[in-house]
Design a protein around this ligand. Structure first.
Ligand code: ADP
Length: 362
């Protein structure tokens, strides 16, 4: 079942094509994160879904009914959507309870207050019901904004960088609280973010967008563990990226010449590649291991020679920077259990288990 459907949306501003043929389906209870770098068309897509912007082409459907196409355009207030933005301010002159009750049209005064209280309780802010917004912290204000957006029971929740204004520690707390309330409500959620960590933390599915175009769309875990496209691998997680040329194809595997005398083996199942093709390879830094002993744990085709550069301590893990054959840096990010670090300039081998290296043909 699809709650919100974006069907081949296009949007141009003069010569700029901000959104190109974007299609997305979101089910009730599903959190979809629209993820991509700044200026790639995320907010424009969300504003079209909300109805505050009208697309140049394509359709928006909610529960199978068209709410916007070339012929019709329902305004935001008719669409049963909740909105939450980074700077979507509360009404400063209204108390918290009245802020949340504000959008609850179609109910009597007592009932509006009862519902507002219920939602304040859900975001753990009911004790602040009689305060004014300026008496609350940024995180508390965002909780109120969430309660206000959810109280009318929207079918669709649209959130644009809702946590960006909060500092790190508070952000995690507010995100987790928001996620559990959103899950209870069963709305379809479209959340825009430029932060891959936020997307991984919040999303059931992640849709990657670059230059107005949808690049890849899949479950969050799949996007992280098995990115298909080169852009996805370089944008989500910390991936070491390599480029090379296919030198041999044998069954499901190919050999890729990455220069400097290194030939790597990679699984190419489901991908169409031929000898001579230029391809990209990626491997997550936390799956890249470092061998200091001269290669006992290393399998041919699943390792490469490098020069140790430095360690960067990150607390839980340590990033070891190693320069490989063609002169570029790779990172092995692991829990530091080394007795002694290699001296800068000393030779090391990077290796990985077969399957950790991924092939990207686009
Ligand atoms: P994002 O949310 O990913 O940062 P936006 O959707 O805000 O990106 O913008 C996508 C592109 O469209 C950008 O190049 C931006 O400059 C352009 N754009 C967005 N809104 C307008 C507008 N109202 N007028 C002209 N250009 C716009």
């Amino acid at each position: 079942m699809t709650r919100l459907s974006l069907d081949r949306l296009n949007k141009s501003y003069g010569d700029t094509l901000a959104v190109r043929d974007v299609s997305l389906d979101i089910a009730p209870g599903e959190v979809m994160c629209l993820l991509g770098p700044s200026g790639c068309g995320k907010s424009t897509t969300l504003r079209i879904a909300a109805g505050v912007e009208r697309q140049s082409g394509g359709r928006v459907l909610i529960d199978g009914a068209v709410v916007s196409d070339a012929a019709c355009h329902e305004p935001p207030e008719k669409r049963s959507i909740g909105l939450m933005f980074q700077d979507f301010a509360l009404f400063p002159h209204l108390r918290v309870l009245d802020n949340v009750a504000f959008g609850l049209t179609g109910h009597g005064r007592g009932e509006r207050k009862r519902i507002a209280r219920e939602y304040l309780d859900r975001v753990e802010m009911v004790d602040h019901a009689d305060k004014y917004p300026h008496e609350l912290s940024g995180g508390e204000q965002q909780r109120i904004a969430l309660a206000r957006a959810l109280a009318p029971k929207p079918r669709v929740m649209l959130m644009d960088e809702p946590f960006s204004g909060l500092d790190n520690r508070l952000r995690d707390e507010v995100r987790d609280a928001a996620l559990s309330v959103l899950k209870e409500e069963n709305a379809a959620v479209l959340l825009v973010t430029h932060d891959p960590e936020e997307a991984l933390r919040m999303a059931d599915r992640i849709a990657l967008i670059a230059d107005g175009e949808l690049i890849e769309n899949g479950p969050a875990r799949q996007i992280y563990r098995a990115p298909e496209r080169r852009f996805t691998a370089s944008f989500v997680g910390e991936n070491n990226m390599l480029s090379g040329t296919v030198s041999a194809v044998a069954g499901d595997g190919v050999s890729v010449d990455i220069g400097g005398g290194e030939m790597l083996k990679v699984d190419a199942r489901g991908q169409s590649v031929a000898r001579g093709d230029a391809v990209a390879l990626s491997i997550r830094s936390e799956l890249t291991r470092m061998d200091l002993e001269g290669g006992a744990s290393v399998q041919p085709g699943h390792s490469m020679q490098g020069i140790y550069r430095e360690a960067v301590y990150l607390g839980l893990t340590t990033s070891h920077r190693v320069t490989v054959g063609d002169g570029h840096d790779m990172v092995s990010r692991v829990v530091d259990d080394l007795d002694a670090l290699p001296a800068p300039g000393s030779p090391v081998r990077l290796y990985w288990t077969p399957g950790a290296l991924r092939l990207h043909i686009s």
